[in-house]
Design a protein around this ligand. Sequence first.
Ligand code: GTP
Ligand code: MG
Length: 367
Amino acid sequence: MTRKFRLGQSREAQDLDHREVYSHERKSDSKRRQQSAGRIQTRIEGHDSESMLRLPDATPWLHLPEATLIQRHSQWVDLELADRSILLATLSGKLKGVKLVVGDRVRYSPVPLEEPELVFDKKRPQAQVIAVSPRKSLLKRGGIDDREPWQLICANADELWACAAVVDPPMRPGLLERAQTLAIAAGLVFRIIVTKRDRASAKDSLPELDPLREQGLPILETSATNGTGLDEIKALLERRTAVLVGHSGVGKSTLVNALMPDSGIPTGDISRYGTGRQTTTAARWLPTPYGGTLIDTPGIRTLSVRGLSRELLSQVFPEFPDEVIEDPTAFDPFGDNLDLVYPERLQSLQRLWQEMDTRNPNQNVHR
Ligand SMILES: Nc1nc2c(ncn2[C@@H]2O[C@H](COP(=O)(O)OP(=O)(O)OP(=O)(O)O)[C@@H](O)[C@H]2O)c(=O)[nH]1
Ligand SMILES: [Mg+2]
């Protein structure tokens, strides 16, 4: 089956560890080989990882109405207008090669300026996106290869809320450190939202979070089932846009529904655990009745930090002295010289430090 990526978007904000998404690209192998051969010959790394993040100048289009991109589909996007109505829109050819993402503020033309290509489901576009306004923030994670150095998660958020369940799926502090790194890189406030608190006894102090607690990170314990922590979340949502990030099944969408019973977002059930499939399949921008906005995202397996600066690590691991941050691999987490309370933190630091430097593993591989 040929998959279409007309908007160039279906590979983002999903778990992209699935290599098969690229199988449709075999036809372009030959072209890629030509380009790669040129690079090898000149020994110049021609790829500019920031190019996909650049936006064309939007100032010629300031006379057009502005809307928020609230969800991407394979062939179109949903826009929310100032009056909260929703329009289905295609992208103008002017935006070819531009990566749009949930949360983008866009300028649109109410009538399509160009004839849209085939649109699935007989849905007719009502508008066309012409320009993207400069982003206040852009949350991204490392991509899987050189052709897509970044996977965009959302634009214009203020905070990243990393969701971790007490059980089902098991809590993995390593993912939280990764999420914190991405949040700092994007300039977002980072919070940890513990979900399913009702599934562990009140006596359980969740000691696996102690190293993060001791760094002073804000941790909020919640339960969509018995309402724990929901008032605090509502208060936080009075004037913020927060993106929910976490493994599939931790309860991100359930939390959204608990906060906004009318949102009717599909949530998963236990039988889905371990299937590797997310219930939520596309990120969605959800204005809340509390003033702020939540962004629900599909569950991720991991968050790559490839391509991010190692300078971020001193903020994620402030307990380590400079010489450890400069080369964590020179130290033994279980050796006597550092005498660490949490040796797993040094192991994490080592992993992130090494991954940030990894060159694209597929760089010179031709399938
Ligand atoms: N006991 C309990 N179960 C919960 C809670 N929150 C979510 N669940 C259950 O966890 C399962 C998964 O919830 P979802 O909200 O679909 O998880 P998600 O994080 O949105 O998953 P993806 O969309 O796949 O990323 C469902 O069976 C929920 O009923 C909670 O606070 N307590
Ligand atoms: Mg979900």
